[in-house]
Ligand binder design. Structure first.
Ligand code: GLU
Length: 467
């Protein structure tokens, strides 16, 4: 049977990177085995589910290259089927109707709480009810929990997990208003979608035993389960906003490349020797659940940022230029074709030092507008009287230089030598004049990208002379 996995987010908010990693593992496992990877939107909690969240999830998955192989399944669209299965179980005597009122159920819960024991529904009131004695009310359908044995799940990550049947109770599968409960819906959907492997966060492990009741009662083959540990923050607490970015698209906004984020999330909790750089194709080749660790992993933003730098250096220049320009547009910065060409020319040098796309855009901004950039505080200090005189002199000296990187570099060396100063004493004021900053790509690269006219105009402006 072909492997089929699914990612099943609830659309109650943005896609958390813990969820994104679950999607990634489902995707990689399916691809590794030549199977399919599906998406089910679990929107049965109507009060908390929103269309905006659905769209965010789809956008996040697309950004990460994790779009499903088939159109997403909306769980609410299947409610009639969930009810049908519940009624089938009722008809087969595997479930029964219970007529407890909400008040009665609340009282049972309160009683358990007062006695400091976990609440377990006692089915004896309705389980053997003679149908002719049934109240003239809509009842809830409760599945008959197994009694007297234990349920064993051979989890592909957690190993064998056992739960005594005494821990389980007759859970509601169809409420008295005809709506299915979540745990029941998940099983019916996973069965109908022919899911072979359920890979999800280990916060769902206890649900598995309740879900097994539905599989077993229907005589359906259970899928394989793999419960993966959650992602924690550096302090060991469950990862949340206070640790830093947690929404997948937040990482996009903060300048992370999707392949860097995927690589990082993959390595968080899965490993193949000490391979750190594991691009998508390699990940598909290597990924298997047996290499997923059992301990919760800790999010390390510094490590992710480092990895992002590696991927930025490996990324195509044109793609990075497009990203930088799109960021300018979002920041309301106008640019023309000339600015785009300058950034394109500088990209091999710019990307060598940027760790995020935000840093890349910041480092490229000096090339956009014509005229001398306003120097930042650190740079302004360097524009001493002596430096300005030097710049005025340099503008004259460079006016006739051949405008090629190697030539310009040589000209600047010669200039420093003739004047008896260090190259830095020439290059630093020049850098400030051209970029407004003390850090930039090599000065000859900057001169070439800006072109002769613009470079000379900037040098003159910074020297204090009118252009
Ligand atoms: N909808 C659940 C969640 O978002 C996932 C359930 C599952 O994977 O079975 O946590």
């Amino acid at each position: 049977m072909s492997v089929r996995t699914r990612f099943a987010p609830s659309p109650t908010g943005y896609l958390h990177i813990g969820g994104a990693r679950t999607a990634l593992f489902n995707y990689l496992f399916a691809r590794h085995h030549g199977g399919q990877y599906l998406l089910r939107i679990e929107d049965t909690d109507k009060a908390r589910s929103t269309q905006a969240a659905v769209q965010q999830i789809l956008d996040s998955l697309e950004w990460m290259g994790l779009s499903p192989d088939e159109p997403p399944v909306m769980q609410t669209s299947r409610e009639a089927r969930h009810a049908e299965v519940a009624r089938e179980l009722l008809a087969a005597g595997k479930a029964y109707l219970a007529y407890d009122t909400p008040e009665e159920l609340a009282a049972m819960r309160a009683e358990a709480e007062a006695a400091k024991r976990p609440f377990k529904y006692d089915g004896s009131r309705w389980i053997n009810l003679d149908p002719t004695q049934a109240p003239a009310l809509p009842g809830a359908i409760r599945i008959k929990a197994p009694r007297g044995g234990e349920t064993v799940v051979a989890d592909l990550v957690q190993g064998e997990v056992r739960v005594a049947d005494t821990e389980l109770d007759d859970m509601i599968i169809l409420r008295s208003d005809g709506t299915p409960t979540y745990l029941h819906a998940v099983v019916v959907d996973d069965h109908d979608m022919a899911i072979t492997h359920v890979i999800r966060g280990d916060d769902h492990l206890t649900n598995t035993f309740r879900q097994c009741m539905v599989y077993d009662a229907m005589g359906w083959r259970r899928p394989h389960f793999a419960h993966i540990p959650l992602i924690h923050g550096a302090d060991g607490a469950k990862l949340s906003k206070r640790h830093g970015a947690v929404g997948a698209l937040e990482f996009a906004e903060q300048g992370f490349l999707p392949e860097a984020l995927c690589n990082y999330l993959l390595r968080l909790g899965w490993g193949h020797g000490d391979e750190e750089i594991v691009p998508r194709e390699r990940a598909i080749e290597l990924f298997d659940l047996k290499d997923v660790g059992r301990a919760a992993s800790r999010m390390d933003y510094a490590k992710l940022t480092h990895l992002n730098g590696v991927y930025i250096r490996a990324a195509e220049d044109d793609r990075l230029v497009r990203d930088v320009l799109a960021r300018f547009t979002r920041r309301g910065i106008d640019f023309g074709t000339e600015a785009a060409a300058r950034i394109r020319a500088l990209m091999p040098d710019l990307k060598a030092r940027a760790k995020t796309l935000v840093e890349l855009a910041d480092a490229a901004i000096f090339a956009v507008a014509d005229g001398a950039p306003v120097p930042d505080t650190k740079a302004a200090v360097l524009l001493t009287e002596e430096a300005r005189a030097r710049l005025a002199d340099l503008a004259q000296f460079l006016a006739d230089a051949p405008w090629e990187r190697a030539d310009l570099e040589q000209w600047l060396r010669d200039y420093a030598e003739v004047k008896g100063v260090k190259l830095g004493q020439v290059a630093q004021p020049l850098r400030v004049a051209l970029t407004g900053s003390t850090q930039s790509p090599p000065i000859d690269a900057v001169l070439v990208a800006l072109g002769r006219a613009e470079s000379l105009a900037r040098i003159l402006a910074a020297s204090g002379d009118a252009v």
